[in-house]
Design a protein. Structure first.
Length: 353
């Protein structure tokens, strides 16, 4: 599975020019992502012409050899093979840098929801939601919790196929044994309330809350729970789905940080009235089950795929193949850059005035 190549394997050759030697296996075209782990590039195999994503593993801060998080991710990905999970082709070393070589996906969910060229139908949204749940059902069946489901980690290609990516925070879990984990995982806007209340014993139900957040995002085109910090994050959740009560979540008061961050007042659940303009009753039902406060009542991925939203309600799910007509590729990185450009323009106009 792992291959090592000569130190000239990656070139920064512009896409229009040809490599000077067959030993230059990958030609970098552009950067498509960035994170704590390092940078992600779109590249082309100069022999097969296949496009790939090269994820560079950050080594600078490692005094004791290869990063543990990267080792974990590689081990996990080598054990996974599913249509809705991104495929790791191989590992590669070049100029002292280590790269993970993945199948290339044209867009990520954050990017593609921000574009205005292509409109998703209800059938398309149903397909994307179902594919996400199929990927999660497979991971959880294999004993893996993802722990960072968010828009930029959900990749989509021009055929409308969705794949879960970025397993840097993922862990194998024991299905029959409770294990202590850190609660400092999952990007804040997608983090379930039990982690915000300090829970350290949890399982795949944490991914299902994130999936509920993504389901709402598919319809509204933006993240719904946008908190600034942990306390504010809980306030944002309360304003939408109400405060947790013992009836809704029996063990909430037993959680480590409950006394520190408990709600100051009782806020009613406004979920249905807020989202009924975007979502059908069956879609609302499923989203509500994914966003159940009590992790024990939260629907799992297999149950979610069997919900009336998928099995009974029209329209049937249809792949958004029309994404092939999009101009450009849409990733969170471009979306951030576009936002920054717009901000700069506004600031310039205001300065001139």
């Amino acid at each position: 599975m792992t291959s090592q190549s000569s130190e000239h394997d990656i070139t920064h050759t512009p896409p229009a020019s040809l490599p000077s030697s067959r030993s230059e296996i990958y030609s970098i075209i552009s950067q498509v992502g960035e994170g704590t782990f390092g940078k992600v590039y779109k590249a082309q195999n100069t022999i097969s012409k296949l496009y790939v994503a090269l994820k560079r593993i950050r080594m600078e801060s490692e005094k004791d050899g290869f990063p543990v998080t990267a080792m974990r991710e590689i081990k996990l990905l080598q054990s996974l093979r599913h249509p809705n999970v991104v495929r790791l082709y191989e590992m590669m070393v070049s100029n002292g840098s280590v790269y993970m070589v993945f199948e290339y996906m044209d867009h990520d969910l954050t990017g593609v929801l921000s574009q205005t060229q292509f409109s998703f139908t209800d059938a398309h949204l149903k397909s994307l939601c179902h594919q996400m749940l199929a990927g999660l059902a497979y991971l959880h069946h294999k004993g893996v919790i993802h722990r960072d489901i968010k828009g930029s980690n959900i990749l989509i290609n021009n055929r409308g196929e969705l794949k879960l990516a970025d397993f840097g925070l993922a862990r194998f879990y024991q299905k029959r044994r409770c294990t202590d984990y850190t609660n400092r995982v999952i990007t804040l806007w997608y983090r379930p309330p039990e982690l915000l209340f300090g829970a350290t014993v949890y399982g795949p139900e944490v991914d299902m809350w994130s999936a509920g957040c993504i389901m709402l995002e598919l319809f509204t085109k933006k993240p719904v729970f946008q908190g600034n910090d942990e306390i504010h994050q809980l306030d944002v959740v309360y304003k939408i789905i109400g405060t947790p009560t013992p009836e809704r979540w029996a063990s909430v008061m037993d959680l480590p940080w409950y006394e520190l961050v408990k709600p100051k007042e009782i806020i009613p659940n406004k979920f249905r009235e807020l989202f009924q303009k975007w979502m059908s009753p069956a879609a609302l039902d499923l989203a509500e089950r994914l966003l159940a406060y009590d992790p024990n009542r939260r629907v799992n991925a297999v149950q979610a795929m069997d919900a009336p939203y998928f099995t009974q309600e029209e329209p049937q799910a249809v792949l958004p193949t029309g994404l092939a007509t999009l101009e450009g590729e849409w990733h969170e990185l471009e979306t951030k850059r576009e936002r920054a450009k717009k901000r700069k323009k506004i600031e310039t106009v205001l300065a001139v005035q």
